[in-house]
Design a protein around this ligand. Sequence first.
Ligand SMILES: N[C@@H](CCC(=O)N[C@@H](CS)C(=O)NCC(=O)O)C(=O)O
Length: 199
Amino acid sequence: MITLFHHPKTRSTRFIFLLEELEAPYRLQRVTMRRSDGGGAVDAANPHPHGKVPAISDDGVVVFESPAIALYLTDRFPKNRVGPTVGEPSRGAYLSWLCYYTGVLEPAFMSKFMNADVPRGTAGWVPVDEAMAAVIDVLSRGPYMLGERFSAADVLYGTTFAMFGQSPVMPKSQVIDDYVKRIVTRPAFARAQALDEGG
Ligand SMILES: N[C@@H](CCC(=O)N[C@@H](CS)C(=O)NCC(=O)O)C(=O)O
């Protein structure tokens, strides 16, 4: 049984969405976390090394960091084909876009948010407009990050774009708006929203 260490309206909410897509057996364990206003506290029950969410435990096997959790869960629960498994041709794109999410896209957004230049040749990421151009290019051929097939990569990208759609750090794009609609109208997304506060 999977335990998802969860705090409502955070990066762990999207893993309720993924677990619902997978139809995996899971329970939510609500934990406290430090907040950006200085309040909150790390929860001793949370196995993430920095007390962040999400983290999961699979009967004692701990996994933390969003791409690792996404990959672990789609490998562990392959029935609904939410992630290409080893040997499938789209596995390479799947791994690449999962890692790109935390290695490039999130730092790109954060650099823009902090008004910080991205030093070319030094930083491992690129300015947000360049990162978003790459993502938009993929999604223009879409409809999903892996082409015709919905995957856990879309859980990460779709929920991020849904959340930052109105933010000035996010370039405006009809391709992204249409993509977000495709993701947030999935029944599993609605179930996750309903379960978010309950954990
Ligand atoms: N790199 C982590 C980021 C997780 C993260 O920063 N989560 C936030 C909530 S959205 C958090 O737990 N913040 C509390 C803290 O930083 O202590 C991932 O992608 O899983």
